[in-house]
Design a protein around this ligand. Structure first.
Ligand SMILES: Cc1cc2nc3c(=O)[nH]c(=O)nc-3n(C[C@H](O)[C@H](O)[C@H](O)COP(=O)(O)O)c2cc1C
Length: 234
């Protein structure tokens, strides 16, 4: 890849953060529809309650994690450092953003590695697209000494990006190869568009055991990518 592509990629990473911040919308979640009924006569005490859970074969102290966001530029290295510090202090897992940038330009590796440096013993997830061949994904895992690998599937986002991918048919075969050759847990995720039941079933048939629906909690990547376009989609 040339210098121009590297610069464009770094600029994209910074724009994603700025635009996501600007366009975040409170959408409400399914939790809003749940009302927990209290009891005035509990049979247990606080010490009987544990929030620990199993996710992707890992035992987590808390049932949530910091999802994939960033890396790939000087500015976003600082964000990964801060997020990793939070993850370490709170004891939650964290995913870095797509490592494609560092796979193509090793000078950017430090903007991801910083998360492991700050949080040497915590759970860290690597993140790649199914455009990335298995061997390169293994490098992404080594880069972080990752505990799990996230594979993001994001056709809606790619289609809106002028520089985005246009061919998706090979993703199925690549994901299958990942499940056969990668030895750490794999999590397939969306980026804010959710997944259909059929997609989840198809992923399961490929050997994927963990899916993060990546439903829209406030980030609208269609809007973010559209706002990045100088022509705003026209
Ligand atoms: C600035 C920003 C960058 C993101 N970059 C990535 C990425 O590189 N890889 C990925 O899998 N998901 C990425 N995501 C998607 C999130 O991991 C998450 O799936 C998405 O934001 C939906 O959740 P939310 O609506 O609660 O934010 C990014 C999100 C944001 C806000």
């Amino acid at each position: 890849m040339g210098k121009k592509e590297d610069l464009l990629r770094e600029r994209r990473k910074d724009e994603h953060v700025t635009l996501a911040y600007k366009s975040y919308e409170e959408t409400g979640t399914a939790f809003d529809e749940i009302r927990l009924l209290g009891t005035s006569l509990p049979k247990i005490g606080v010490s009987d309650v544990s929030l620990a859970t199993q996710f992707a074969g890992l035992t987590m102290k808390l049932p949530f994690y910091i999802n994939a966001m960033t890396g790939g530029s000087a500015h976003t290295a600082g964000i990964n450092r801060d997020l990793a510090e939070i993850a370490r202090e709170v004891g939650i897992a964290m995913a870095v953003g797509s490592q494609s940038a560092a796979i193509q330009n090793p000078l950017l590796e430090d903007s991801y590695r910083i998360a492991r440096k700050v949080n040497p013993d915590g759970y860290l997830f690597a993140n790649v697209s199914p455009e990335v061949p298995v061997d390169a994904a293994k490098r992404a895992i080594e880069m972080l000494r990752a505990d799990a690998l996230q594979i993001h599937i994001n056709p809606a986002q790619e289609l809106i990006m002028p520089e985005g991918d246009r061919e998706f048919g090979h993703w199925i075969e690549t994901i299958k190869r990942y499940t056969e050759e990668i030895r750490i847990p794999i999590i397939v995720k969306e980026v804010g568009f959710g997944m259909r039941r059929e997609t989840v079933a198809r992923l399961a048939s490929l050997g994927v055991k963990t899916v993060d629906l990546g439903g829209r909690g406030g980030t609208n990547f269609a809007k973010i990518e559209n706002d990045r376009r100088r022509d705003h989609g026209f």
